[in-house]
Design a protein. Sequence first.
Length: 69
Amino acid sequence: MRDQKISVFDIYEYLPHTNCKNCGENNCMAFAEKLLQGKKTIGGCSAIREDIYEKNRQEIQSLIDPNRE
Ligand code: SF4
């Protein structure tokens, strides 16, 4: 269990960093902010649904919802 407050940078670190805008945001950092605020879900990022990002996806999921690891 994590007892420290997570920041947008913690989430951003695991995003693809392509800034492709497929999530509807202008860049990955903006998407990370929406995730942190609970206004988007990780599935909103099309790139991170790819197999090569599975571990990253799990890391982000555990950051934003540690009770559902
Ligand atoms: S869809 Fe994913 S990779 Fe593309 S800008 Fe949004 S967060 Fe970044």
